[in-house]
Design a protein around this ligand. Structure first.
Ligand SMILES: Cc1cc2nc3c(=O)[nH]c(=O)nc-3n(C[C@H](O)[C@H](O)[C@H](O)COP(=O)(O)O)c2cc1C
Length: 359
């Protein structure tokens, strides 16, 4: 086997295994995006992951993209998050905060403002607001002041996160949200220094990463990317030119990790993984409820250049996923009905092995 269950150094920590809990928004918050107490229980149950990465967390109100997605910009939100991180640490785990601005994948119902984006290019699709599913509106192109303020919001959020005990942060540069929108020639048609060729379109992502890394340390800062992933109405016709330039820009900053999303352009992910000097994290499981198939996929990803493997839905439904994979036990199935709502149902009630055997 590949050392999947051996300790590995990462960001000044020693991870007990190479399995990462992939970030997953679960919507267990108050209406203003403050974590509910049940979040501490949920994440602590999954503390056996080598690393837990939190769900996408918004650094300001206008960054919010979905009803009930979680935030970290007020003192109350920081207090509630501190309980989550403490619970994970008490359970023996390590946890990063994922920071996300949704850009055009948003709606005024969520924060009272016109969503912002690199350019006035409307997304096809419907927003998840508190009531109904309205279409995404036309976003407002960001001014230079908006850009500076947004970089400041990411930085302040990262500082708050590490102040309350998070072991590091992951910047969300994937899945069609704001940073990703800046990278694409379809969603970014700006004619200033943040648009145009690859060098212009990567500028915003690199500036966010530089500011965050300067604030909390590059080794504790990572970024999630999804080259070629069409989620949220994205298209990246010239991604093969853009991402190598982006990776070189991020590499120069000494960022600790880059995390690739399943569904990305796999050939490009392999090329980029070879290019990256430090830790590469890859979504490896992507679904099978079969332990051998999952371990096989994990081994292939390691052979293709990954150092850590992230699992989303398998961790969602199996709080003790590392133990199940190590012992080749069966896996619980997930229930999508409770992905984004449902209190403790479909959230903290997935049984661990001992509990399944007993009951
Ligand atoms: C309920 C749910 C919420 C998700 N929320 C996020 C998120 O907040 N941030 C993120 O980067 N990816 C998010 N994802 C994507 C996962 O991190 C992961 O990339 C995806 O589920 C594929 O991996 P899997 O096959 O192991 O589940 C989410 C996925 C699910 C199922």
């Amino acid at each position: 086997m590949s050392g999947l269950f051996d300790p590995v150094p990462f960001g000044g920590l020693t991870l007990p295994n190479r399995l990462v809990m992939s970030p997953m928004g679960r919507g267990r918050t108050t209406a203003d995006g403050t974590p509910l107490p049940v979040m501490a229980e949920y994440y602590a149950q999954r503390a056996a992951a080598g690393l837990v990465i939190s769900e996408a967390t918004h650094p300001s109100p206008v960054a919010v993209g979905h009803a009930h997605s979680v935030r970290l910009h007020t003192a109350e939100q920081a207090r509630a998050w501190a309980e989550v991180v403490d619970a994970v640490h008490r359970a023996g785990g390590r946890m990063y905060l994922q920071i996300m601005h949704a850009g055009r994948i948003s709606h005024p119902d969520l924060h009272g403002e016109t969503p912002v984006a690199p350019s006035a290019v409307q997304a096809d699709g419907t927003a998840r607001v508190f009531r109904g599913k309205p279409g995404y509106p036309m976003p407002r192109p960001m001014t230079a002041d908006d850009i500076a303020a947004t970089i400041e919001d990411f930085t302040r959020c990262a500082r708050k996160a590490t102040d309350i005990g998070f072991d590091g942060v992951e910047i969300h540069g994937a899945n069609g949200y704001l940073l990703h929108q800046f990278l694409s020639s379809v969603t970014n048609v700006r004619d200033d220094e943040y648009g145009g060729d690859a060098k212009g379109r990567i500028r915003f992502a690199v500036e966010v990463a530089r500011a965050v890394a300067t604030e909390v340390g590059p080794e504790r800062t990572g970024i999630r990317l999804s080259p070629g992933f069409p989620l949220n109405d994205m298209a990246e016709p010239d991604r093969a030119e853009v991402y190598p330039v982006l990776l070189d820009g991020l590499d120069e900053l000494g960022l600790g990790h880059v995390h690739f999303v399943a569904g990305s352009d796999l050939g490009l992910v392999h090329e980029l993984s070879r290019r990256w000097q430090r830790t590469v994290v890859v979504n490896a499981g992507t679904g099978p409820l079969d332990t051998d198939a999952t371990l096989g996929a994990a081994d292939r990803a390691l052979a293709d250049g990954a150092h850590l493997l992230s699992f989303g839905r398998q961790f969602l439904a199996n709080p003790d996923l590392p133990e199940r994979l190590r012992t080749r036990a069966s896996l619980n199935a997930w229930n999508p009905r409770f992905f984004y709502e449902g209190g403790s149902q479909g959230y903290t009630d997935y049984p661990a092995l001992a509990a399944s055997a007993a009951g």
